[in-house]
Design a binder for this molecule. Structure first.
Ligand code: MIG
Length: 691
């Protein structure tokens, strides 16, 4: 059950789609305290209680022990000390001796989550503005509470099936020739590929919905050629619109009053990649509709996938902060500055970007009222995602488009996916990628993934290989790197044949992965779960965070340390180890519940299948449309007959239905021999381990 409690004047964030009546009594479970505008909710924690949730944040799956802050931030250094990344997913799930309960803090402004940070055994959640709805979730299990929460916030976005293909990306592909060359290298070496993302380099002067006509003389032609080769272009769109007379998006936005304004009614200006820019008021339905329609320029060129960036919104500077910094510097110029002035000077420029003062400088129009940005900051990116999705739905309501965003708020999970932003080529970020997956899933974000190989810093052949081994399982599987870093396409490395073989596993698992994702979409479930969700009575499992459950059948446990040739794995029950080298080369090792050391050469990675379950494996394919979902080899360890199921559909239409797409699979065991049947499926049972 979910109960709503209102405080102050909550702003409608549209995170919630099921309107609940506000409860009149006091909020149970928390002590509520007001201090000026601030409102805090405090609860005691048993010393071994767990706290899950918070979606896209650093650190563990159990969020206990740190201070987090809901404040969408363009921060390219995801170190442990960070309190915020690009998203605000204000869901907490408590689990411990006293049972389980959850709380969702629907507040689009700044919220602090002190989860046993100030006091080890106390959680204090503070709404800085004090205007919010708190949804209290009561249930019997973590899994069930997540399902209920999804019921409250709406069904998750379903990507087109091709969006589960491998996407190659880089900040720096600047021309049609660049794109074609990368594609050619993949196809010639038979490295599977379904998408090429285009970063800001494709634009004309960083102007949204334009492209550089010299570098891309015939974008529709390029899109069509690539599509004939089963590859889609996925361009980036930024939140800021270049301030330039004669640029139609700018002119239209100004004429129709779609951009955010300052208190005096003048347009707010902030500088991002195009230089001085205006920012659409995505919180307004009319501005969203208008912005969403701009995607037509690229949709008409045949482009079916997009990523929305810089929508926290990121601000490099505003004329005001820049002026203030110059003034500070000027004042110090003639002096023989001491060390304190020196640091003040450095800070004057160092704190220009994403400055809190700038987020208080502009306003949104909500129901005819002007609302200062900082009160609704965390909604901005979500509403940009919504604008795009609504634009696509209007363009072609029957078709699924690929969409993922950097900034998000719960509610945006209905419109698109997210990528985890600017990580680094660090082994620790491979592990963080893994840990974030279930947390994002709890909050509804199912289509997600991180920049494989790492965005910032120079990657290495072994890191990319290991990271691809994790990426095999994440719905968004994209290799992306920052400008100025070492070339990161798989084929640039001497061990590319091993990377290619890893990618064959992705495509062979595609029927299973797509089925698992879509089942989660259609049943309000999770594709990835912490072990704590499935084995709540097993404390070792609950405290194991470098392994994650995948669907109802499997568990993943990637290697995330350099030079490791294996890893420790805890099996909460009997499982079959599939030690993959490629889609056609793997070992099957039945393993019993308990602790194990699993040997994994650099070119090997594991999938664990729960005893009594099967995972289907298709034949190798180089693009999603070539995957034969009807001819499957079942992997598993069985000691009796079982019923399983697999979801599939055409992969493109928006009409998705669980019953229509679910195919039953029956595996019958007789005299130690397995036979399998499923409607319209050719099933092979040679790889079933029977005992
Ligand atoms: O300020 O478009 O997270 O993926 O490559 C950097 C350039 C802007 C940040 C995105 C990243 C992208 C980059 N962008």
């Amino acid at each position: 059950m979910i109960y709503r409690y209102d405080f102050g004047h909550p702003i409608d964030t549209s995170a919630v789609i099921r309107q609940l009546p506000a409860e009149q009594g006091e909020l149970p479970r928390f002590a509520v305290r007001r201090e000026g505008e601030k409102l805090s909710f405090s609860c005691e924690l048993g010393k071994d209680d767990f706290i899950f949730g918070l979606g896209e944040t650093v650190r563990g799956i159990n969020k206990r022990g740190h201070l987090y802050r809901a404040w969408n931030s363009d921060d390219f250094s995801h170190t442990e000390d960070k309190n915020s990344l690009y998203a605000s997913h204000n869901l907490l799930l408590f689990s411990g001796e006293g049972g389980v309960f959850g709380a969702y803090f629907d507040d689009p402004g700044e919220v602090l989550f002190d989860l046993g940070y100030t006091e080890m055994n106390r959680a204090v959640i503070t709404s800085v503005n004090g205007d919010l709805s708190v949804y209290l979730i009561e249930g019997d299990s973590l899994v069930e509470m997540c399902r209920e929460f999804r019921g409250l916030t709406g069904r998750s976005y379903a990507p087109p099936k091709w969006g589960l293909g491998y996407i190659q990306s880089r900040w720096g592909y600047a021309s049609e020739d660049d794109i074609r060359a990368i594609v050619r290298e993949h196809r010639e070496r038979h490295i599977p590929l379904d998408g090429m993302s285009m970063d800001i380099d494709y634009m004309d002067d960083f102007k949204d919905f334009t492209w550089n006509r010299d570098a891309f003389p015939d974008l529709p032609g390029l899109a069509a050629d690539l599509k004939a080769d089963h590859i889609r272009l996925v361009p980036i769109i930024d939140a800021g619109v270049k301030q330039q007379k004669g640029y139609d998006v700018c002119d239209e936005g100004v004429e129709n009053d779609f951009f955010v304004k300052k208190a005096d009614g003048s347009l707010f200006v902030g500088a991002v990649w195009p230089g001085r820019s205006y920012f659409p008021d995505f919180l307004r339905a009319d501005a969203r509709l208008w912005f969403g329609r701009q995607y037509r320029k690229l949709l008409d060129a045949g482009i079916e996938g997009y990523w929305n960036d810089m929508n926290e919104p990121a601000l490099f500077y505003t004329p005001e902060t820049l002026e203030a910094a110059y003034a500070k510097a000027e004042a110090l110029r003639e002096k023989n500055i001491g060390i304190h002035e020196f640091f003040a000077l450095k800070d004057a420029f160092g704190t220009i970007a994403n400055n809190p003062e700038d987020y208080r400088r502009f306003y949104h129009e909500i129901d005819g009222k002007m609302v200062r940005h900082d009160k609704v900051h965390n909604l901005y990116g979500a509403m940009m995602t919504r604008a795009a999705a609504e634009g696509f739905a209007e363009y072609d309501p029957e078709k699924r488009f690929l969409l993922f965003s950097r900034a998000s708020y719960i509610g945006a999970h209905r419109y698109g996916g997210v990528w985890q932003g600017d990580n680094n080529s660090w082994w620790g970020h491979l592990l963080m990628n893994l840990k974030m997956m279930p947390s994002l899933n709890m909050c509804g974000f199912l289509y997600c993934g991180a920049d494989l190989g790492g965005f910032g810093c120079h990657t290495t052949g072994d890191l990319l290989l290991r990271w691809l081994q994790l990426g095999v399982f994440t719905p968004l599987m994209r290799n992306h790197a920052a400008q100025g870093t070492r070339d990161q396409e798989a084929y640039r490395f001497e061990n590319w044949p091993e990377m290619r073989r890893v990618l064959t596993v992705r495509y062979a698992l595609l029927p299973y992965l797509y089925s698992t994702l879509m089942k989660a979409v259609l049943t309000d479930g999770m594709m990835f779960r912490p072990l704590a969700f499935d084995y709540p009575a097993d404390d070792t499992a609950c405290r194991t965070e470098d392994q994650v459950m995948l669907g109802d059948e499997a568990m993943i446990a990637p290697v995330y340390e350099q030079n490791a040739r294996g890893r420790h794995v805890y099996l909460p029950e009997d499982m079959l180890l599939v030690r993959f080298r490629s889609a056609s080369d793997y070992d099957l090792v039945p393993m019993t519940k308990g602790h194990h050391w699993v040997e994994l050469g650099l070119h090997e990675f594991p999938l664990f299948i729960r005893r009594g379950h099967v995972v289907p494996l298709a034949k190798e394919a180089e693009w999603v449309e070539a995957v034969d979902s009807a001819d499957l080899n079942l992997l598993g360890w069985l000691d009796g007959s079982i019923e399983a199921s697999l979801y599939d559909d055409d992969g493109v239409s928006t009409a998705i239905d669980l019953d229509a797409g679910l195919k039953a699979i029956t595996v019958t065991l007789r005299d130690g021999k397995a036979t399998a049947s499923g409607e319209g499926l050719t099933l092979h049972t040679n790889d079933l381990v029977i005992s």
